[in-house]
Design a protein around this ligand. Structure first.
Ligand SMILES: [Zn+2]
Ligand SMILES: [Zn+2]
Length: 386
């Protein structure tokens, strides 16, 4: 069950990374030690708890102290209410004395900042970057992975975090906790020696290119060759380390070859819901290939004409969970159904997770893995600013 959840989360993460080629800050400035993760966005109330002493401070420096226990926090247009009893001004800071705070019964390291936006609350978990990366590793990589694969993932997840610190600045935090950024779900299950060791052995290490943070996107399995982002996110300038590499290491990955049958009406409805006004679909044809042999575009013949659509966009619009990648090698109509045959899982750009796992099992080091999937990059040690 856990592996199933892991796979679903992993693929969701890799599918929905919402990557934009020029959106990240890649200057190697000194890095602040803490990161602010939006864990719940736009709620009207929630329950916070602590098994030890904790305090709540508001914008006017008013401070409430509690011995331990749980409190309901809510808001109205004027401010924030603690247990329907105390009124505080946004933002408020909730600091546990033992560095562990519970939100809706789920434990988090660090502390919380609660900000009121449009009469709703954004709950932000502030914690050490490596504690955050440990939580991401738990969601993205199995704890039975070889140490070198975990180390490689620790470096890319840490790099992704610091290179995208301003991604959610308009909402008052650095990164969200969903597939939009990196999946993070607090500290349940993360206190594992394998993750701790991977983080310790790569302490302060970041992947860089020409003295800038590399954009360390990753996906589940590439199907034989990693992809250039030009076919996925329509990027104008592609960094040399993301041009795509051959990968013979993910042949045994789940969905290295996959088949999926979808109903014509289902596909048509999904496209219509995304403003593609098409008639009954008669035929779907592969049109052009990417440098990796994956599908560049699809020609969709329908009763009102023909639609040409980027294959990755088609996958995201129709169903990114059922259609595992844009690497179709056969599409066939069978009555009212279309059968898609394809290879790989995810957007195929950057590091292939199953490839990295196999490379590590074959004796490759995390440095070998990173320089293979992001050629020309290097590992740079950067100390945190306290
Ligand atoms: Zn996000
Ligand atoms: Zn691969």
């Amino acid at each position: 069950m856990k592996m199933r959840n892991f796979f679903i989360l992993m693929i969701l993460t890799t599918i929905l990374f919402m990557y934009c080629c020029n959106s990240y800050s890649n200057e190697l400035n000194s890095i602040k030690e803490d990161i602010e993760i939006g864990i719940i966005i736009g709620t009207s109330n929630f329950i916070v708890g602590c098994s030890n002493k904790f305090s709540i401070t508001d914008a006017s420096n008013k401070k409430l102290k509690f011995s331990k226990g749980i409190l309901r926090i809510s808001c109205d247009k004027n401010g924030i209410y603690i247990a329907d009893k105390y009124f505080l001004l946004s933002p408020i800071k909730i600091k546990p004395s033992n560095n562990i705070i519970f939100v809706e019964s789920k434990p988090y390291r660090g502390y919380l900042i609660i900000k009121k936006f449009d009469n709703k609350l954004n709950i932000i978990n502030v914690l050490n970057i490596d504690d955050y990366v440990r939580g991401v590793l738990y969601k993205e990589a199995g704890n039975n992975w070889n140490e070198e694969a975990l180390k490689a993932h620790a470096v890319i997840s840490r790099t992704y975090a610091v290179a995208n610190l301003s991604k959610h600045s308009s909402q008052g935090f650095d990164l969200c906790s969903t597939t939009h950024c990196q999946v993070y779900d607090g500290i349940i299950g993360i206190e594992n020696n394998a993750y701790n060791k991977a983080l310790l052995l790569t302490e302060c290490e970041f992947l860089t290119y020409n003295d800038k943070f590399a954009n360390t996107v990753f996906h589940a399995s590439c199907g034989g060759h990693t992809e250039s982002p030009q076919y996925i996110w329509n990027c104008k300038s592609i960094p040399p380390y993301l041009q795509g590499v051959k990968c013979d290491y993910c042949k045994d990955a789940p969905y290295s070859n996959w088949e999926q049958t979808l109903n014509e009406c289902f596909i048509r409805t999904k496209l219509s819901n995304n403003n593609f006004n098409i008639g009954k679909i008669k035929k779907i044809k592969i049109k052009g290939k990417t440098i990796t042999g994956a599908t560049n575009e699809l020609e969709i013949f329908h009763s009102n004409g023909k639609l040409i659509l980027n294959a990755y966009q088609f996958r995201i619009i129709v169903d990114a969970l059922q259609i595992k990648s844009h690497y179709f090698y056969h599409i066939e109509r069978d009555g009212d159904n279309f059968c898609f045959k394809g290879k790989g899982w995810g957007h195929k750009v950057g590091l292939c997770q199953w490839g990295a796992k196999t490379m590590a099992e074959n004796g490759k080091s995390y440095k070998d893995i990173l320089s293979y999937f992001y050629p020309g990059t290097e590992i740079t040690k950067i100390t945190y600013k306290r």
